[in-house]
Design a protein around this ligand. Sequence first.
Ligand SMILES: Cc1cc2nc3c(=O)[nH]c(=O)nc-3n(C[C@H](O)[C@H](O)[C@H](O)COP(=O)(O)OP(=O)(O)OC[C@H]3O[C@@H](n4cnc5c(N)ncnc54)[C@H](O)[C@@H]3O)c2cc1C
Length: 336
Amino acid sequence: MTIQNNISLRPFNTFGLEARASHFASFDSVAALRQCLRTGIKPVLLLGGGSNMLLTQDQQALVLKNDIKGIRIVRTFDHKVWIEVGGGENWHQFVLWAVQQGFGGVENMSLIPGTVGAAPIQNIGAYGVELKDVMLRLTAVSLETGKTKSFSRKTCRFGYRDSLFKQTEKGKWCITSVVFSLTKTRHKLNTSYGDIQKTLEANGVTQPTIADISKAVIQIRSSKLPDPANLGNCGSFFKNPETTTAILQKIQQTHPQAPFYPLTDGRVKIPAGWLIEQCGWKGKRVGNTGCYEKQALVLVNYGGATGQEVKQLAYAIIDSVKEKFGIALEPEVNLL
Ligand SMILES: Cc1cc2nc3c(=O)[nH]c(=O)nc-3n(C[C@H](O)[C@H](O)[C@H](O)COP(=O)(O)OP(=O)(O)OC[C@H]3O[C@@H](n4cnc5c(N)ncnc54)[C@H](O)[C@@H]3O)c2cc1C
């Protein structure tokens, strides 16, 4: 374990933003993580793939990159399997592995960037499936004491892009492994969301397998979202706001076509991308940053943007959506 000083974090965040870490180390085991923690350098900032963070300044912190690897079947049943995955494994590589093995449950979440260890933090989700639907438990190490603790799905208090680790336990744990329960047979295929059905049809698939769905999701995502390797971004910058039907009805008076999804509690979810687009931001460039031309929800770095520039754009968007629709957008991305 080596602690490096004054390291550029540009290669470690998908926005491609420059920010320096006063201290930096990577760890590939719980023992190595504990060694890093024993240096006593604080605060500690966990880093996975850097695909959900906006670095707005240099980090006077011990930035720890999770490189704990390993995919292990821990239990098999007739129709399902439990798999433990190291927190530093790449999420999409794990999905591809599961699909190749014929294990179902994560195929709709193909091509989400980042690590397995960060996935529970915001309960990642896509195309009608969320991490909480397939996660059994996780193991985390306390950044304060170095002790290990197991968290069940229930104790993680998952919500829409939310968990215990974004609330009361924020910044207190390092998730070192996650156990998933995937199906071996009787897969619960979900093709109802977005363009999945349309893409399957275009691919000539009538009886989809989990591999067909994974392939379709990869095709859809590749056509809609910018690849961070070419255009720096963190995916959806804002959460889709959940609001009352009264506010929706008010919006519908001027925008009868306003899209919305009913929630089980009687409220509604309105796509943030639509709200932002109505305020004229889609495809708009401000300095070195801007709103992606194909999806207003994605803020991009055209090259040389600073974290502050992106943050200012985000706040300008929040202000204009608030002014036009009375809805307060919340960032999904972690501002650091
Ligand atoms: C093109 C693109 C598309 C995306 N699409 C989606 C999508 O469809 N659905 C979705 O939900 N998200 C999406 N995202 C967001 C992102 O992929 C996820 O949030 C992902 O889980 C972040 O993983 P990461 O390893 O990059 O986390 P990082 O960005 O490195 O970290 C995110 C947060 O988690 C903390 N953290 C990281 N690792 C750990 C750990 N092991 N233990 C404790 N805390 C940790 C960090 O300190 C930080 O606060 C997208 C991003 C991009 C760039």
